[in-house]
Design a protein around this ligand. Structure first.
Ligand code: SF4
Length: 426
């Protein structure tokens, strides 16, 4: 069966798409991915419904695919948008054949079966949509935190951690297929609990029982980053020296009304602890501006925090009103243009910090995972260091030496730009 799939939103959604494809792969006919919509038998759009912007992008994508759909093709719409607006979507989008919410991507095969095919009993594995040398692995589903601006607990349910044995066998199966970089993801990685085992325990088991050359962690809730976790990361070279800790803000009043269970003093201490336990680590964070009630002084305290701690990577989002969220009823809405000005100010500050941080890396020797050729010229290979996460951080341009895609090579960093590096394979 030929399948054309579009996966919107976060890496957790990417995994759901891959599991849905994997379930189809267990059928008699098996599955073949195609980028050519016209030749596909099955069209899949895995949606995001997190904020208004994502909702519009998802609907635009569904309508664009539906417009190209021809008789005999099956159109599947799955994911958070279906979880959020299921009934309305069914009424508004008659051209869609199958709707599937979150939480059971592997049930797609039975839904498609009802539409067209035979099934045989066999375990199904994911069909990667990422390049074959890297993969995301979800260690839990859902979230039990209650940040006042976030819909995810409503869309994905409360946090449920996967058994350690299941995660170990999935990673070993991926590594046996050539995957070099495993990125662990969840809504809140630090909430991991299985049989009393924490994230730090899971990492020790993965280091022990799997052969993944690179293990990367995304989505660490700052409020739960404890010393044991930092020491576990420091003690194991397999774990990339990379911490993704989305602080969201730095002002205690705003953090409180966001429902983030930490304050300014806590994150100041956390940054000091990270600096002393992991001096060579790269830190990524995410901040939100324009949250209801955010005054110019509140914003300045965030700006000063970003300037003081100099994150290696930073994403900044503007608060978005979602009617199902508690924050929607908070007073003191920030005018959109003020919020945009604040975002621009944070991002231009971060560009200066990033340029300085990248130039500090010139002269260093780093491991680089080669990922392909530059989009600018085929003469240049590109890759990422252990300090750069896939799809969200900068890259390394390799202007000397040869390597195959998926190779991990040793590189001398010779130059830098605002977000990217330049180096030669040695
Ligand atoms: S930690 Fe907060 S922001 Fe993140 S998914 Fe959970 S509720 Fe949403």
């Amino acid at each position: 069966m030929k399948v054309f799939a579009i996966s919107l939103g976060c890496p957790k959604n990417t995994i759901d798409t891959e599991e849905a494809l994997g379930s189809l792969g267990s059928t008699n006919s098996g599955v073949k991915l195609t980028n050519n919509l016209q030749e596909a038998d099955l069209l899949i759009v895995n949606t995001c419904g997190f904020i208004e912007e994502a909702v519009s992008e998802s609907i635009d994508t569904i309508l664009a695919v539906a417009k190209e759909k021809t008789d005999g093709q099956i159109l599947v719409v799955m994911g958070c948008l279906v979880q959020r607006y299921g009934k309305d979507l069914k009424r508004e989008l008659p051209e869609v054949d199958i709707f599937l919410g979150t939480g059971s991507p592997r049930s797609l095969v039975s839904l498609v079966e009802e539409q067209a095919i035979q099934q045989v009993e066999s375990p199904c594995s994911r069909i990667l949509t990422t390049p074959p040398w890297r993969a995301y692995v979800k260690i839990s589903e859902g979230c039990s935190n209650r940040c006042t601006y976030c819909l995810i607990p409503m869309l994905r349910g409360k946090e449920i951690s996967r058994p350690i044995t299941e995660i170990v066998s999935e990673i070993n199966s991926l590594v046996s297929k050539g995957v070099k970089e495993i990125t662990l993801v969840a809504q809140d990685l630090t909430a991991y609990r299985n049989d009393g085992k924490t994230l730090a325990d899971l990492l020790e088991t993965l280091v022990e029982d799997t052969d993944s050359p690179w293990l990367r962690l995304l989505y660490l809730n700052p409020g739960k980053v404890n010393t044991k976790l930092l020491e576990t990361i420091a003690a194991n070279a397999v774990i990339c020296p990379y911490l993704d800790v989305p602080i969201q803000h730095a002002n205690t009043n705003i953090l409180r009304s966001m429902g983030r269970r930490y304050d300014n003093k806590y994150i100041e201490d956390l940054m000091s602890r990270i600096g002393s336990l992991l001096p060579h680590v790269s830190v990524r964070t995410t901040v939100m501006v324009g949250f209801p009630g955010e005054t110019e002084d509140d914003f300045q305290s965030l700006r000063n925090f970003v300037e003081k701690w100099e994150f290696d990577h930073l994403g900044c989002f503007i608060y978005s009103d979602e009617k199902e969220c508690a924050a929607n009823n908070l007073p003191g809405k920030v005018p959109p243009d003020t919020a945009m000005m604040r975002k621009d100010e944070i991002m231009s500050l971060q560009a200066r910090i990033s340029r300085a941080k990248k130039s500090d890396m010139v002269g260093r020797v780093e491991q680089v995972l080669v990922e392909g050729v530059s989009s600018e010229t085929e003469l240049l290979l590109v890759g990422r260091t252990r300090h750069q996460a896939p799809e969200i951080d900068g890259i390394v341009y390799l202007n000397k030496g040869t390597a195959d895609y998926g190779d991990i090579v040793t590189v001398k960093i010779t130059d830098s730009h605002v977000y990217d590096l330049v180096g030669e394979i040695i």
